[in-house]
Design a protein around this ligand. Sequence first.
Ligand code: PMP
Ligand code: GLN
Length: 393
Amino acid sequence: MTNHTPILTSLKSKLPNVGTTIFTVMSKLATETGAINLSQGFPGFDCSPELVSLVEQYLRKGFNQYAPMTGVPALREAIAQKTADQYGVNYDPETEITITSGATEAIFAAVTAVVRPGDEVLVFEPAYDSYVPAIDLNGGIPVYVTLTPPDYGIDWQVVREKITDKTRLIMVNTPHNPTGHVWTTDDLTQLATLVRDRDIWIVSDEVYEHILFDRSAGPGHVHHSLMTHPELRERTFIIGSFGKTFHITGWKIGYCLAPKELSVEFRKIHQYLTFSTVTPIQYALADYLKEPDNYRQLSAFYQRKRDLFLAGLQGSRFTWKPAEGSFFQTVSYDAITDEPDYDLAIRLTKEIGVASIPVSVFYHQKNDYKILRFCFAKDDAVLEEAAQRLRKL
Ligand code: PMP
Ligand code: GLN
């Protein structure tokens, strides 16, 4: 044996501040303790049997080799059609639509396509956990705009003050995870005004585009995709995911809509991250997307669940503003205890058997506003039982 310095001692993490995600931590604890898991966001029920049959059909027909790098043409065309029908905006399936292995891949590829070392990237926080690591790995500098409960609205004067000559990208997420906040047309106008005549790109994470509430009682909340503003369309990567829309989070399939020039750069990254995305599922989704009812009912479906969960919390000391969209509800426990939200989330999992996500984890300085996030994409009986347990606090 020669004398040498063990190589592993010199390994320097590129993401020193990153540990295991809170979603993994809480789901694991829920499993270990047998708690009801309202933490990690995934549906507690299955997808449509029709969709499963379609995948099976394509598997058996032998659609089992690499898909084209940009995605199966039939799926890109189906997305173009759906987007045109829903938002009145056209994307060319050949040059402007790319299928990815989930929204997570698309977010990483979009950030990587435009962020260079030293570039500043505006991040509204609380922020979904994959944004900042993608910025960090590209040498970007996250610049935070902090949103606070109960409204989580954006103060555009603050945004204006944070934009500098180094700002290269703005991360948008509407409907928002974890708060359920939804952008208005005024937000789109404000953003367009701020970025006009500047070299600033936008990543708009719209994975909850089909989950919006309170429309039966009036205009309610509408999804204003950034693509609907022509000036924003030309500088934005729109990110979508089928995981949320069709109850298939485990299939990891998403997409990116972006102008041709942006898509060219996006595809260069996608090409070497994954090359292409699972083939039979793409064919199945292309067929399944042709029936708009397969996604149009989603808002009503989830609104019932949100309302059921909140009705169950009536009479408790939790307070809340009903989520405007997404399948998450945040609640304040300010009137119950002053424990840190992380500690409370752990304690509630162990003691009353309900797992949630402490919202402080989505802030870079772990701001603790005494808020927990609950995922209500679960069977009614599960939501009722969870609410009953929470009412006891
Ligand atoms: N963005 C947001 C806001 C999400 O909530 C999620 C997943 N829950 C993703 C992106 C990732 O989506 P996917 O599973 O398609 O990678
Ligand atoms: N997006 C899901 C959530 O917010 C979790 C996804 C994940 O586990 N990475 O709960």
